[in-house]
Design a protein around this ligand. Structure first.
Ligand code: ADP
Ligand code: TRP
Length: 324
């Protein structure tokens, strides 16, 4: 069973990305053949500063490995290191109806706002289909917002198969558990686009400052407070054991506790939670050649599979081959 997912390097990863996605990807690496890639080609649709893109790609790899993605159990690679995916994208585009892409939300939303969309954004779902189909993926864990793209992938694969005979494996989406939406420093959903994130590996001082900046109401210190209405408490829950959660909830309800104290508890719990990953990240960051070796080895494995699938696809539609 092949599990595959991609994550875009469009910013530094934050707590929402970790609890909503990365942690769950890593949990899937044990029982399956897991392929995870850094979707740098997709990121080109939004990041247009070369140095920034480069550093986001590097940071994404470091973060994933530091957080427990194990290159001996899962295959980690950069999307653009497998050029076969772009070839497959072209072939898939020849069987993709425009009406299917016109319905896709990223394009539709931009168009509705009157923002001109480029061809990259319009055909983004076909590249995503190629990412998935190039490796005979069975299961694709994604957030709710990406489920539409898996349906598009299935539609495209079905169309290809109906024209050229059974060639492509139809994937299933596995929706990530996003029930606990991680709140940002302003209390809204944590998201890069709202500028309210807490990044995963901020330096200690900056992290403390960011946590201290979490917006609070003006309830006086003496007054009892509702923990579930407080972003500080909701964030604390991500890191603390149930008994610790109960203790802090009790402190909220009893009154006499200022938000500063809760923020300090949150800082300590969060810092301890990622301490091991932080140390691992520092070691990896100091050894760029090992990091590059891991990514190259991942790409080699991924390419081997993609070339095999491409040969099948090229043969099915009458192109010369095989090349493997
Ligand atoms: P952002 O909103 O910061 O741009 P992305 O859309 O790149 O984040 O999200 C990447 C993954 O992280 C998705 O699977 C998404 O569901 C998850 N994710 C992002 N923010 C949160 C959050 N606040 N709570 C839970 N999951 C989140
Ligand atoms: N579009 C996805 C996102 O924004 C990232 C992605 C690219 C992806 N290719 C994929 C996810 C293939 C799953 C499978 O989150």
């Amino acid at each position: 069973m092949r599990v595959l997912s991609g994550i875009q390097p469009t910013g530094r990863f934050h707590w929402g990305n970790y609890f909503g996605a990365i942690q769950q990807y890593i949990a899937l690496q044990d029982n399956q053949q897991a392929f995870y890639f850094i979707a740098d080609l997709h990121a080109l649709t939004t990041i247009r500063e070369p140095q920034l893109l480069q550093s986001y790609i590097q940071d994404a790899a470091l973060d994933l490995l530091a957080l427990g993605l194990d290159p001996d159990r899962a295959t980690l690679f950069r999307q653009s290191d497998v050029p076969e995916v772009c070839e497959l994208q072209w072939i898939l585009m020849t069987v993709t109806q425009l009406s299917l892409l016109e319905k896709c939300h990223a394009y539709k939303d931009k168009k509705a706002k009157g923002i001109p969309a480029d061809a990259g954004l319009f055909t983004y779902p076909v590249l995503m289909a190629a990412d998935i189909l190039a490796y005979d993926s069975d299961i694709v864990p994604v957030g709710q917002d990406q489920v539409q793209h898996i349906e598009v992938t299935r539609d495209i694969a079905q169309r290809f198969n109906s024209i050229y005979g059974e060639t492509l494996v139809l994937p299933d989406a596995k929706t990530l558990d996003e029930s606990a939406k991680v709140p940002g420093v302003d209390g809204d959903k944590m998201s890069k686009s709202y500028g309210n994130t807490i990044e995963l590996f901020m330096p200690e001082k900056a992290l403390r400052k960011r946590i201290m900046s979490i917006k609070t109401d003006t309830t006086p210190v003496e007054a009892p407070k509702d923990p579930e209405a407080s972003a500080i408490y909701l964030l604390y829950k991500l890191f603390a054991a149930p008994e610790q959660q109960a203790v802090l909830a009790q402190r909220y309800r009893a009154g006499g506790m200022g938000y500063g104290e809760a923020k300090q508890a949150l800082f300590e719990a969060a810092f301890a939670h990622f301490a091991e990953a932080r140390a691992r990240r520092e070691r990896l960051a100091a050894d760029p050649s090992t990091l590059e070796d891991i990514l190259q080895a991942g790409a080699k494995k991924a390419r081997k599979k993609a070339i095999e699938v491409l040969d099948r696809v090229r043969k099915a539609c009458g192109l010369p081959g095989p090349r493997s």
